[in-house]
Design a protein around this ligand. Structure first.
Ligand code: BG6
Length: 484
């Protein structure tokens, strides 16, 4: 339920995340009427700027829809927004922020005031900001305080535990909303419905019917300008350990007792606990090199010239439980590939031979982006006076089926959930802990903690990935369709 009299405070308001994601999502919610009554938005960051400059920054990524009223709504949205400049480590600066918040709240009718703090900040200031907010900006007179935080949550198990432990001193689990924005994506949210509201799919959802599962993330651009951050983290921490692993959990979990946040997250944690740490032999690492007129990873000035940081990784996870024993879950992600695409591909087993030969396997594809779609590859008799089966597709493309519906942005969905206090699509502390247990050994190996750093194989900018990828997937039983 939404609380009236809420202030959303965006810390890091002049940064990239805030201008690209947070403010556009807040505006999207505002114009669709989803923000609480009397909402106000306060930006906070170090940069000193006047209102005009602040408005310019926060609206620079907002695409004003064509509808007539949208431009007017943007003006209204600006009027709700104010800005306070201040340091992240300085208690007095947060007192100043608090004064500003109290001034706004003094105009509210009711005494209850609620504050949602959104930390769009680099990890180096997470802790001082969390502490200062608690000590200087926490409403204690009957309102609700919530804090939204974003990855990176540490670099490995140990550092994540340290970070979470420090944050816990100031903010309880109930007040904390850890974003993994993949959980806000429409198709990811659809997965629970597809699985548990369809007998036909549910019945085939296990090792008896499924041969292998691939969860794929492809981006057509490199680290352009973000090389400094990226080189420290690599593709595994950037995408696999969080976004793709969360998708895996939802695909693999047992049916939750209810849709409550704890019931859902309990089931996800059980999946994570059944996955052992990733083996080196189940991992393929790549790095892009210059091609098609585009620079290689090492040509990026912000990247050390001899970096062996992977910009591509494929790795296979195994879930040791009765439903999934022996079914490989292949996660793969890469930068600077041939296309932008995120999808899940569930490949079913071979049909019994005999009356059929060389027949393709069924595949269920859940396309997360772009252009959300669910399609099932089915073998069908070609129409005609003979019997020949060919692979065809049962296709549910959202643009066609739900043509009048606007698909919400992930950040819109998640900010709305946080405003309502619904944790279902946020990452619980123990999920994070288990996620790090699975990935920490392989990350330490890649970083040379146990000897020489492994060298990733090369792949050309704009290609499908390393040439080693096809044999890698085949090794885990994936079979290409014979046709179609
Ligand atoms: C972020 C990663 O978490 O997700 C980026 O840090 C990546 O490197 C991005 O580009 C992808 O998000 P989306 O929503 O564009 O798929």
């Amino acid at each position: 339920e939404l609380k009236d009299n809420t202030i959303v405070i965006v810390l890091g308001a002049s940064g990239d995340l805030a201008k690209k994601k947070t403010y556009p999502a807040l505006f999207g919610l505002y114009r669709q009427g989803f923000l609480p009554r009397d909402v106000k938005i306060v930006g906070y960051a170090r940069t000193k700027m006047d209102e005009a400059e602040y408005y310019k920054r926060i609206t620079s990524y907002i695409k004003v829809p064509e509808e007539e009223e949208a431009a007017a709504q943007l003006e209204e949205f600006k009027k709700l927004s104010t800005y306070v400049a201040g340091d992240y480590e300085d208690g007095a600066a947060f007192d100043n922020l608090n004064k500003h918040l109290e001034e706004i709240e003094s105009h509210y009718q009711s005494k209850e005031c609620n504050r949602l703090f959104y930390l769009a900040l680099p990890p180096s200031v997470f802790i001082p900001v969390a502490k200062n907010l608690k000590e200087h900006c926490y409403v204690s007179k009957g309102g609700i305080n919530r804090i939204i935080v974003e990855k990176p949550f540490g670099k490995d198990l140990e550092s994540a535990r340290e970070l979470l432990g420090s944050l816990k001193q100031y903010w309880s689990e109930d007040e904390t909303f850890r974003i993994d924005h993949y959980l806000g994506k429409e198709m990811v949210k659809n997965m629970l419905v597809l699985r548990f509201a369809n007998v036909a799919l549910g019945a085939a959802w296990d090792k008896n019917s499924i041969s292998n599962v691939q969860i794929t993330f492809k981006e057509p651009f490199g680290t352009e300008g973000r090389g400094g951050y990226f080189d420290e983290f690599g593709i595994i921490r950037d995408v696999l350990q969080n976004h793709l692993l969360q998708v895996l959990c939802i695909l693999a979990m047992e049916r939750p007792v209810s849709f409550s946040a704890e019931d859902i997250r309990d089931e996800k944690v059980k999946v994570l606990r059944a996955i052992p740490p990733i083996e080196q032999s189940d991992t393929l690492l790549g790095q892009y090199v210059a091609a098609n007129g585009k620079p290689g990873y090492l040509d990026d000035d912000t990247v050390p010239h001899n970096s062996v940081c992977p910009t591509f990784a494929a790795t296979t996870l195994w879930i040791h439980n009765p439903r999934w024993e022996g079914v490989p879950f292949i996660l793969k992600a890469g930068k600077a590939l041939n296309e932008a695409k995120v999808e899940v591909r569930i490949q079913f087993k071979d049909v019994t031979q005999g009356i059929f030969k060389d027949i393709s396997r069924n595949e269920l594809v859940l396309r997360i982006q772009p252009s959300e779609a669910v399609y099932l590859k089915l073998n069908t008799k070609t129409p005609g006076l003979y019997t020949r089966a060919i692979p065809t597709e049962m296709d549910l493309t959202y643009k066609r089926r739900f043509s009048d519906t606007k698909i919400p942005e992930a950040y819109e969905a998640l900010i709305l959930d946080a405003l309502k206090g619904d944790h279902s699509n946020f990452v619980r502390h123990d999920e994070l802990d288990h996620a790090w247990k699975i990935f920490t050994p392989i990350l330490h190996w890649i970083e040379g903690k146990s000897g020489q750093r492994p060298r990733p194989v090369n792949y050309p900018y704009g290609s499908r990935g390393p040439k080693e990828l096809d044999p890698f997937i085949t090794k885990y039983g994936y079979k290409r369709s014979t046709e179609g």
